[in-house]
Ligand binder design. Structure first.
Ligand code: SAH
Length: 243
C-alpha cells in the first residue's frame, strides 16, 4: 500500500478530489492511504508557525523548528523512511516520466507551503525533494500536492479500470506514445451538427485505427509542442515523420 501523509495549515482541503471517483475507490480498496496533519498542532504554547523573512520583504515563512517537530512526530522519528516532498515553483518541473519514477516510493510525506513558503534549512536538513506543477504561482502547496498524488496513484496497479488507458495516454513512458500528446477522441452521435466522426474509427479495422491514432498524435505534438516532438524524434532516431 502507498502510504501518504500531509502536513498543512488547512486539513479541510483533504481528501478533496482525491476522495472521489477512481482515486476515492482506490483509497477504499486500500491501494493507498491518506493521513492529514495540521501543522498548528506541532507548535508549543501556541507559538506561531510562521514568521517574517530575514532580509525583509513581504509575506511570512514557515519556521523550521515547528516543521521539524511535525516531521519527526509524524514519521516516528524515522524521516528517512519517507520520501519527503515540498511543492514549490522552485522545484523540479513534473512530467509523467518522473511521476512513474516517484510512484515506486511506498511512503510519502508532503509539506504544503503557504504565504512565501518554508525556511530553506528544513529543506536541506531533511533532504526534501521540491517539485513544481508548472511555471505558475498558486496560493498553497495543497493543490500542487493533490495534483502530484492524483498523477501517482492512477499509475498504481488496479487503480484504473483498464490498464491500457495508461499505456496509450499522453506522455505514457516506455510506450509508443512516449513524449506524444494523445490522439483526439470521439463518441456518439456519429454525426453532430453536420460534423462526422472520422470514418476510419467506425471501420472496425483496428490495425488501421491504431496507425491513424499514432499519426494524429504525432501531428498534434509536432504542431503544439516542438519541445516534446524533438524528444520523440531523438528517441526514435529521427525515423518518424508524420504521414
Ligand atoms: N514565494 C514563492 C511562492 C509561494 S506560493 C515563490 O515566489 O516561489 C505559496 C505556496 O504555494 C508555496 O510554498 C508552494 O508550496 C505552493 N506553490 C505555489 N506555486 C507552486 C507551483 N508552481 N508548484 C508547486 N507548488 C506551488
Amino acid at each position: 500500500m502507498l502510504k501518504i501523509k500531509i502536513i498543512t495549515l488547512f486539513p479541510d482541503l483533504f481528501p478533496g478530489q482525491l476522495g472521489v471517483s477512481i482515486l476515492g475507490e482506490a483509497l477504499k480498496k486500500k491501494i493507498w492511504s491518506l493521513e492529514v496533519f495540521n501543522l498548528r498542532s506541532y507548535s508549543k504554547d501556541s507559538q506561531r508557525v510562521d514568521d517574517e523573512p530575514y532580509g525583509g520583504g513581504s509575506g511570512m515563512v514557515f519556521r523550521p523548528d515547528i516543521l521539524a517537530n511535525a516531521i519527526d512526530e509524524i514519521t516516528n522519528n524515522q524521516p528517512d523512511d519517507y520520501q519527503i516532498f515540498y511543492p514549490s515553483p522552485r522545484g523540479e518541473l513534473l512530467n509523467q516520466k518522473k511521476i512513474v519514477e516517484f510512484a515506486k516510493n511506498t511512503s510519502m510525506l508532503f509539506v504544503c507551503g503557504r504565504f512565501e513558503g518554508i525556511d530553506q534549512r528544513i529543506i536541506e536538513a531533511y533532504n526534501i525533494a521540491e517539485f513544481s506543477i508548472g511555471d505558475i504561482v498558486i496560493s498553497g502547496g495543497e493543490l500542487a500536492a493533490q495534483i502530484f498524488i492524483d498523477a501517482v496513484v492512477r499509475t498504481l496497479p488496479n487503480v484504473l479500470g483498464n490498464s491500457n488507458s495508461l499505456i496509450e495516454e499522453s506522455f505514457a513512458p516506455n510506450s509508443e506514445y512516449e513524449n506524444l500528446l494523445e490522439y483526439p477522441h470521439y463518441t456518439r452521435p456519429a454525426i453532430w451538427r453536420g460534423l462526422e466522426v472520422p470514418a476510419i474509427l467506425r471501420s472496425g479495422n483496428h490495425q488501421q485505427i491504431n496507425l491513424w491514432r499514432l499519426n494524429e498524435s504525432k501531428v498534434t505534438t509536432q504542431q503544439r509542442r516542438s519541445d516534446l516532438w524533438q524528444l520523440y524524434k531523438d528517441k526514435k532516431g529521427n525515423k518518424n515523420e508524420c504521414n
